[in-house]
Design a protein around this ligand. Structure first.
Ligand SMILES: Cc1cc2nc3c(=O)[nH]c(=O)nc-3n(C[C@H](O)[C@H](O)[C@H](O)COP(=O)(O)OP(=O)(O)OC[C@H]3O[C@@H](n4cnc5c(N)ncnc54)[C@H](O)[C@@H]3O)c2cc1C
Ligand SMILES: *[C@@H]1O[C@H](CO)[C@@H](O)[C@H](O)[C@H]1NC(C)=O
Length: 425
């Protein structure tokens, strides 16, 4: 199986499904390594949706290795920290941003907060010269052979590729088809029971660029953020009501707004005003919190990257980082093992990365349960815990503990990647 020393490295014909974060990041590397890459996106254009996302830890390192950290810094949202308020809007606790330090300490506010579409844009711009982007198209089915994958597209055309990469997000069709082709009927999706709505609003003038979180009763959480002089964002999170929300999510945006409006309008704090803003919003987007724990990351010529294979959910603030790290390791292992040893490359990718993904997915229960209080007694307790933590100046320790910031995981070193990006690991 070893490549002859004098053989010129073959280039792979690669199809990537999904132009989010993981897709363009993987294409960035593979195209620089000389492979022919096509990205297909189900939507008619790059999606402008999405609010503020965090790039953390080795996700920052992945962007640095791509030589794109400077670009990312241009778009970073300057957020001084996260505060918690009570129903009257009075501050209960403040967690200021922890500046990047050599221990990699992290707070609720990450050192790289960026609007999702800005990060997508950075990755697309950096890859588009040598990557073909095709919109309004998806994979209908594939025949996954040992030495190639034959893809049928939604427009009926059929093409053969050396490799199909599923980077199509948490609802990945590629994952579902891959699992099914192996006789696995279950989808390996874990619904965490929290449903979130996201939208932008005009900024209230004079407000700080702070993340403000309010814990309501009946398992409701409201959060606002500010990312520019004129715009802000709203996040509504609710636990329970699963059937009602699943039903609404299968319907149109107006129905979804109605259900969220009904669930939130009496939640207290600024709820009424935010529900009004939601009705007016044009970018409303709602989603269950689904963790993806696919047993299978690859088979033959199909491999998963990012949320498609292992979404840790937005609750971790690590989805984007995990996608960026995964893209780097996958490309790195392909460069290391060579195009004639793809199975070994995929195995090495999974071996190097799965244990870390499992650590990230092991979400501390305080994150899942803390902000969702049924009654006011529990809410008083949570707010007291938060305020005591800040009063005793334990906010750094608290955030470090619950965000498990100090893990030793590092992206392996890949000399071939260093060569093509010109950035040393
Ligand atoms: C519209 C949108 C808004 C988001 N907003 C937030 C947010 O505000 N905060 C947050 O933390 N995370 C958000 N996320 C999730 C976040 O982007 C991911 O968790 C993370 O960045 C990992 O990226 P990914 O590329 O693996 O998946 P994603 O970013 O989900 O990208 C997947 C891409 O694949 C495309 N796609 C889906 N199905 C198909 C198909 N069958 N064929 C072809 N293409 C397909 C999607 O349209 C999307 O462009 C959002 C995702 C999307 C798609
Ligand atoms: C695209 O490919 C050409 C030819 O191989 C190369 O010269 C150029 O640097 C590549 N561009 C990018 C952005 O990688």
């Amino acid at each position: 199986m070893k490549m002859k020393a004098d053989a010129t490295p073959k280039s792979l014909n690669v199809l990537i499904s999904g132009a989010g974060i993981a897709g363009p990041a993987t294409a960035f590397w593979l195209s620089r390594l000389g492979h022919k890459c096509t990205i297909i996106e189900r939507f008619p254009s790059i999606r402008e949706n999405g609010l503020q996302i965090d790039v953390r830890k080795e996700g920052v390192e992945a962007m640095r290795r791509m030589g794109l950290l400077g670009e990312v810094k241009k778009y970073v949202v300057d957020e001084p920290g996260t505060e918690f308020v009570d129903a009257k809007g009075k501050r209960v606790a403040l967690f200021p941003k922890i500046e990047e330090d050599k221990d990699g300490k992290q707070g609720f506010t990450s050192e790289y907060e960026i609007m999702r579409h800005d990060l997508v844009k950075v990755l697309v711009e950096a890859s588009k010269e040598n990557v073909t982007y095709r919109f309004d198209i998806s994979v209908s089915e594939f025949d996954n052979k040992e030495d190639c994958v034959v893809v049928t597209f939604s427009d009926g055309s059929v093409e053969t590729f050396d490799l199909l990469i599923g980077a199509d997000g948490q609802g990945s069709r590629i994952r579902k088809m891959l699992l099914k082709s192996q006789g696995i009927e279950k989808d390996h999706t874990v619904n965490m029971g929290i449903y979130m709505a996201f939208f932008r609003t005009p900024r209230i003038p004079e407000t700080e660029k702070m993340t403000t979180m309010y814990i309501g009763t009946r398992q409701r959480m409201l959060m606002t953020r500010v990312h520019s002089e004129t715009e802000g964002q709203v996040y509504l999170g609710v636990k329970g009501h699963i059937d009602e929300l699943d039903d609404a999510l299968a319907k149109n945006v107006d129905t979804q707004k109605q259900v969220f409006g009904k669930l939130f309008k009496d939640a207290g704090w600024r709820a009424e005003e935010l529900v009004d803003a939601m009705d007016k919003s044009t970018d409303f987007y709602a989603s269950p919190t689904n963790m993806i724990r696919s047993d299978l990351w690859f088979k033959n010529r199909v491999v998963l990257v990012g949320d498609a294979g292992y979404s840790p959910t937005a609750l971790t603030g690590m989805g984007t980082s995990v996608a960026l790290i995964g893209a780097t390791i996958l490309a790195g292992e392909i460069s290391k093992h060579g195009v004639d040893n793809l199975q070994a490359a995929f195995e090495a990718y999974e071996n190097a990365f799965r244990p870390y993904v499992e650590t990230v997915q092991d979400i501390p229960s305080i994150i899942v349960r803390g902000p969702y209080c049924e009654g006011s007694a529990k809410r008083r307790f949570v707010n007291l815990l938060l305020s005591t933590t800040t009063k005793l100046k334990l906010h750094k320790v608290f955030q470090t503990l619950i965000l498990r910031a100090n893990d030793p995981f590092r992206i392996p070193t890949y000399p071939e990647l260093e060569k093509v990006s010109g950035v040393k690991a």
